[in-house]
Design a protein around this ligand. Structure first.
Ligand code: DX5
Ligand code: ZN
Length: 217
């Protein structure tokens, strides 16, 4: 299904109130919930691990999309399956055996995603397309929300050509807002991750504000 989907990143949510934040975005039409897992090693920031992700699962009624910015990945795949991830995405840069990692993610019963840092060419996934359900194009250097969008529309277009008729999502993650979203959609993206653009300004009537922010994207 290549209809446009929005996946708010709870990296920009209120960390003391995840249940409420997840319910608020889903009530306003979020298609997926994007969960950014960082290890302070693959990226220079730390977020949450399997027990927290398992707690989020109780509130997610759509699709829990877990983006691993960790290395290594393989020792943790079963823990994220057990935590209830529907989609588990690993970076092609996270280790020498991404092919094995994607096989293991599917074997654990999840959809498999493969993410590309801004400096990594589309061709890095050329031999992985039969193992992937999603390709995530990072349009910021991963680690933090609220960074400036890097224009990689040429890479998105190239991936769209490479993917052809295969049922693989192209997800764009980083700096997606009402200005940049149309550019990446035009280039072929069908899943938009947005953190700061969705969660900004939500201190009073959260769900209403988030809904307006999502519709603006
Ligand atoms: C960045 C994360 C993103 C991040 C996006 O390392 O992978 O998912 O939350 O945040 P914004 O939309 O604010 O760029
Ligand atoms: Zn992400």
């Amino acid at each position: 299904d290549r209809s446009l989907k929005i996946a708010p990143s709870i990296l920009s949510a209120d960390f003391a109130d995840f249940g409420r934040e997840i319910r608020a975005i889903e009530a306003e039409g979020a298609d997926w919930v994007h969960v950014d897992v960082m290890d302070g090693h693959f990226v220079p920031n730390l977020t949450f691990g399997p027990p927290a992700v398992k707690a989020f699962r109780k509130h997610v009624t759509t699709v829990m999309d877990v983006h691993l910015m960790i290395a290594p990945v393989d020792p943790y795949i079963d823990a994220y399956a057990e935590a209830g991830a529907d989609i588990l995405t690993a970076h092609v840069e996270a280790g020498p055996h991404i092919h094995r990692t994607l096989q293991a993610i599917r074997a654990a019963g999840m959809k498999a995603g493969v993410a590309l840092n801004p400096g990594t060419p589309a061709e890095a996934v050329a031999h992985l397309l039969d193992l992937a359900d999603l390709v995530c194009v990072m349009t910021v250097n991963p680690g933090f929300g609220g960074q400036k969008f890097i224009d990689l529309t040429g890479k998105i277009r190239r991936l769209r050509e490479m993917i052809g008729d295969r049922p693989i999502h192209i997800q764009v993650d980083g700096g997606v807002d009402p200005v940049t979203a149309p550019l990446v959609v035009e280039a072929g993206a069908d899943v938009l991750v947005a953190g700061s653009a969705v969660f900004r300004g939500g201190s009073v009537e959260k769900s209403t504000v988030y809904g307006a922010n999502m519709r603006a994207i």
